[in-house]
Design a protein. Structure first.
Length: 296
């Protein structure tokens, strides 16, 4: 082993000049014959023949891309919400009572208003030629008012599917197979009202289908109005307006009171006549005729 001590600023090892760590001072290098020194070896100077190779310390290693792998899962079955019922009836007994009061309100209101208007606007009944304040004349006028009420029920149900009474009690007439009722279906269901007025009609209205004979043959059903809470408000406003017509165009309270007095005087005899007519149809005896108290 040979130890060489050289006192100079720089030293060449293996063909490369290495500056001394002592800077401008002369450094001490000891060579043990293995081509290395005790100091840390510094990288050689970059030349054309030997370019400096710098390790890519600052370059991150490439990360392999993540590939999404589809995972097969079992299908989840979600139950569909129950469909809303096509027709809403409510409590069966309350439903039947609402139908009864709606029909009674329509019949009584329109008959009374029509009779009052005819009594106040026409002094002589055109069918009998008698004055309206006589028994015969008032009976004809009252019958004409009743006919107007029945006509009103038929036309309003055919076109609008409802009446003022049905609106007041939130009811509507629906056709099972068409959009509107039509004159034909409305005529059938109203023609069978006398038969439905018997017990069988109310029993069928309480049944699950809630359809009386007129509804079954006419292809209709009566259920809750599509107007919901707005229906009673609209119905009662119409009823108030209709009830006020005699006070506006038929002579005011005087005519209304005169019609009321005539009703009290002549209606009992009219009911007796109607009862006799129905009795004779079934082969019964006629009721004794009450004495007349009217004029004419």
């Amino acid at each position: 082993m040979v130890i060489v001590v050289v006192m100079r600023p720089a030293k060449r090892f293996m063909g490369a000049t290495v500056p001394s760590r002592a800077g401008p001072r002369q450094g001490l290098c000891v060579n043990f014959g293995y081509g290395s020194s005790m100091d840390e070896r510094e990288p050689p100077e970059e030349t054309v023949a030997t370019p400096r190779i710098v390790a890519p310390y600052d370059v991150a290693a490439p990360v392999p891309a993540r590939v999404a792998v589809p995972v097969e899962t079992a299908p989840v079955l979600v139950a569909a919400p129950p469909a809303a019922p096509l027709y809403v009836f409510g409590n069966p007994f309350g439903y039947v009572l609402r139908r009864f009061f709606a029909f009674a309100l329509d019949l009584v209101l329109v008959t009374a208003v029509s009779t009052t208007l005819l009594y106040g606007l026409i002094a002589i009944n055109p069918f009998t030629g008698l004055p309206n304040n006589s028994e015969g004349g008032f009976d004809a006028t009252f019958g004409l008012g009743l006919a107007i009420a029945l006509f009103y029920l038929w036309v309003f149900e055919a076109i609008f599917g409802t009446t003022l009474g049905k609106l007041a009690f939130s009811l509507h007439v629906y056709a099972r197979k068409s959009r509107i009722i039509g004159l034909g279906r409305a005529f059938v269901r109203n023609l069978l009202r006398p038969l439905d007025a018997l017990v069988i009609g109310w029993i069928l209205a309480l049944a699950p289908g809630h359809r009386r004979i007129g509804d079954l043959l006419g292809g209709t059903v009566v259920a809750r109005s599509p107007l919901r809470g707005f229906s009673p408000l609209l119905g009662w406003i119409g009823i108030i307006v209709l009830a006020g017509l005699p006070f506006l165009i038929a002579g005011g309270p005087t005519t209304v009171f005169a019609v009321g007095a005539a009703l009290i005087e002549f209606i009992p005899r009219l009911v007796v006549h109607a009862f006799d007519f129905v009795t004779q149809l079934f082969g019964g005896a006629a009721h004794p005729v009450l004495p007349s108290t009217g004029t004419g």
